[in-house]
Write a protein that binds this ligand. Structure first.
Ligand SMILES: C[S@@+](CC[C@H](N)C(=O)[O-])C[C@H]1O[C@@H](n2cnc3c(N)ncnc32)[C@H](O)[C@@H]1O
Length: 311
C-alpha cells in the first residue's frame, strides 16, 4: 500500500531547519499525509515525538505503517485539525513544541482516480478528503444555487469567469462526473482565455474542493487553537499554497505578534494590539528553491511562515 502513496514532502529542508531550535517534546503534524515531514523529523531529532493527524483514513493507514519503526515516538490519529485542542489533549502528554500545517491535497489524493479530485480523469464527483463525511462535490455542483456557486468559484478559485461557469453548471445539471464538469467549464470560458494559463478547470476544481472540505474554516479554527497549545519556544509552521490560506496565516501571526490592526481615528490612534505571545521567525514567507520546484512542480506555490511562542 505504501508504495502507492508517494508524496514528496514540500520544503522539507526548510521545515526541518525551522524546527531544529525547538526544545524536546511533541510536534503535532496536523496534516501527516504520507508522513514525509514526520518521518524526516523523527529521524533527525531523537528527542522529539510526533502526533500525526489526518482526516483521510488512507493517509492515516500509510502514515502508521511508515512511522511504525519509531515505536512509541510516533502516534497517528484520524481527525480533522479544526478540533486541534481536543485531539491534542486526548492523545498527548507533556510539552507541545511544534505544530505543522502542510495544507492542500496530497499527491495520492490527486492521483487516485476514484477520489474525484482531478480534472485529468473522468470519475464520480467526490473530492472528500474524509470519505466518511456527507458533503461531496456532486452535492455542491448539483444543489447549490447559481449565486452560491459563483461566489465559491470566484472566491476560492479566483476565477474571473466564475459567473459564466456557474450558469453553465446549473444549465447542465445533473452533472455526475469530473469529465462532465470539465466539459461545462471549458464551454463556459471564452476560447482565447481557455488556451491560456494551464488547465481551464484548475481554478474551479480548487474552489469546489475547498468548499467540500471546508478548508478555510478548518484552517482558521486550527490556527486559532494552535498557538495556545504551544510551550515556550515552541513553533507553529504553516505551508500554504493559496493566497487566501496565506492571508489567514499572515493575519493571525501578525495579531499574535502584537502587530494586529489598530482601531481609532488615524490622527488619534488607539492601539488595540494585544501583548505579543509570539515572535515572527519569518517576516516574509519562505519560498521553495528553483531546484525543488523543478524536481517537484507541486511545490511551486508553497509559502512557509513560522512563529515562535514567547516564554
Ligand atoms: C499536502 S498533504 C500533507 C503531506 C505530508 N506533509 C507529507 O509530507 O507526506 C495534506 C494532508 O492534509 C490532510 N488534511 C487537509 N485538511 C485537513 C484537516 N482539516 N484536518 C486533518 N487533515 C487534513 C489531507 O488529507 C492530506 O493528507
Amino acid at each position: 500500500m505504501s508504495e502507492a502513496f508517494e508524496h514528496l514532502p514540500v520544503m522539507a529542508r526548510e521545515v526541518l531547519e525551522h524546527l531544529a531550535p525547538v526544545p524536546a517534546g511533541t510536534v503535532v503534524d496536523c496534516t501527516v499525509g504520507g508522513a514525509g515531514h514526520a518521518g524526516l523529523l523523527l529521524g533527525s531529532r531523537p528527542d522529539l515525538r510526533v502526533l500525526g493527524i489526518d482526516r483521510d483514513a488512507a493517509a492515516v493507514a500509510v502514515a502508521r505503517e511508515r512511522l511504525g519503526r519509531f515505536g512509541e515516538r510516533a502516534r497517528v490519529v484520524h481527525a480533522a485539525f479544526g478540533d486541534l485542542t481536543e485531539t491534542v489533549r486526548r492523545e498527548t502528554e507533556g510539552d507541545i513544541v511544534g505544530i505543522l500545517f502542510d495544507l492542500g491535497v496530497s499527491s495520492p489524493q490527486l492521483d487516485r482516480r476514484a477520489r474525484g479530485f482531478s480534472y485529468w480523469d473522468d470519475a464520480p464527483l467526490d473530492m472528500r478528503m474524509d470519505s466518511s463525511q456527507a458533503l461531496t462535490a456532486a452535492e455542491v455542483v448539483n444543489t447549490y444555487d447559481e449565486a452560491e456557486l459563483t461566489t465559491i468559484i470566484a472566491t476560492f478559485g479566483e476565477e474571473r469567469f466564475a459567473s459564466r461557469i456557474a450558469r453553465e453548471i446549473v444549465a447542465r445539471r445533473p452533472i455526475a462526473t469530473t469529465g462532465e464538469l470539465v466539459d461545462a467549464i471549458k464551454d463556459a470560458i471564452p476560447a482565447p482565455a481557455r488556451r491560456k494559463g494551464g488547465h481551464p478547470a484548475r481554478r474551479t476544481f480548487q474552489a469546489i474542493r475547498m468548499e467540500v472540505n471546508r478548508e478555510l474554516p478548518q484552517l482558521e479554527a486550527g490556527l486559532d487553537e494552535s498557538v495556545h497549545l504551544l510551550a515556550p519556544r515552541g513553533r507553529v509552521l504553516v505551508l500554504a499554497y493559496h493566497s487566501l490560506e496565506d492571508r489567514a496565516v499572515k493575519q493571525r501571526f501578525a495579531t499574535w505578534a502584537g502587530r494586529g490592526p489598530t482601531i481609532g481615528r488615524p490622527d488619534l490612534p488607539v492601539s488595540t494590539a494585544p501583548d505579543p505571545i509570539v515572535r515572527l521567525v519569518t517576516r516574509k514567507p519562505v519560498r521553495p528553491s528553483e531546484a525543488e520546484v523543478e524536481a517537484n512542480p507541486r511545490a511551486h506555490s508553497a509559502l512557509l511562515r513560522v512563529v515562535e511562542r514567547l516564554g
